[in-house]
Design a protein around this ligand. Structure first.
Ligand code: ZN
Length: 270
């Protein structure tokens, strides 16, 4: 499932291929995504030039000289650059056709992804309440202390709340809490500043580790068949129920927190 590092890798991987290109038209084969593809999207994007690619949380921002296409990859979405047209597969829902004949193709088997257009993307209803970027300089222990103060919600749920910090999904929340030695169910407001400093650091570390592994997959964004091989961080707790803890050897436990599978070591995380 594409999380923040995959979206950032997509941004870095696609940029060299599509920035500077002129959009001829949009081809929508299946508009029923998480939200319907806006009917006027073709009109909005046609004859526009892509000036840069940005990212906010898990949203990819394809910025043109006339507004921004806001892309969310959902559970299973991916974007692929095709230097030459080829016939679409069953899950290839949308193509952006460039003036030079190349295409950018959006594939999404589960259709939880979305495409929106906005002239002010950071003010878009989906984006405007997002908290700071976890890899940006506003996210640190001091910020977390303020964001957690008086909060009784479990720290893991708090961390996965986009208003607290943008784009931390389930896998990375599990891993960051393990590395920081913090129990995922601990109340957010009852964690000492020193430990929140640590947590801000481990959040960055797990994301950066995943990004480091993504570096080798950039060429996957061009033309090869199938979907990009989203990289898997070597995970210490996520999806490891009953397996031995990498630190103390005791079995990793699993429970549900806010419906989400939560993995932890009861001895190493407090
Ligand atoms: Zn342990």
């Amino acid at each position: 499932m594409p999380e923040l590092p995959e979206v950032e890798t997509t941004r870095r991987g696609l940029g060299p291929f599509i920035v500077g290109k002129s959009i001829e038209s949009l081809e929508v084969r299946e508009p029923r995504l998480r939200w319907p593809v806006p009917r006027d999207l073709d009109e909005k994007l046609s004859n526009r030039c892509i000036v840069r690619l940005g990212r906010r949380g898990k949203y990819l921002l394809i910025v043109t000289d006339g507004g921004t296409l806001v892309v969310h990859l959902g559970m299973s979405g991916s974007l692929r650059y095709l230097p030459e047209p080829r016939s679409p597969g069953v899950h290839d829902h949308v193509d952006i056709r460039f003036a030079d004949g190349a295409r950018l193709r959006f594939n999404d088997p589960r259709r939880f992804g979305s495409l929106h257009f906005s002239t002010e993307p950071l003010g878009h209803p989906l984006l405007r309440h997002l908290g700071p970027e976890p890899l940006g300089d506003k996210f640190d222990g001091e910020y977390l202390e303020r964001a957690c103060e008086g909060r009784r919600v479990a720290i893991k749920q708090h961390l996965m709340n986009g208003r607290v910090v943008a784009g931390i999904g389930n896998i990375y929340a599990n891993e960051a809490l393990f590395r920081a030695g913090i129990h995922p169910a601990r109340q957010a407001g009852r964690i000492a500043r020193r430990r929140l400093d640590q947590l801000a650091g481990t959040v960055r570390d797990v994301l950066n580790d995943a990004l480091g592994q993504g570096g080798t997959t950039l060429r996957d964004f061009v033309a090869s068949d199938g979907r990009p091989g989203y990289f898997k961080l070597s995970l210490e707790v996520y999806d490891r129920e009953h397996a031995p803890c990498t630190r103390c050897g005791r079995p990793i436990r699993m429970r549900r927190l806010g419906q989400r599978a939560t993995y932890y070591c009861a001895a190493c995380q407090r």
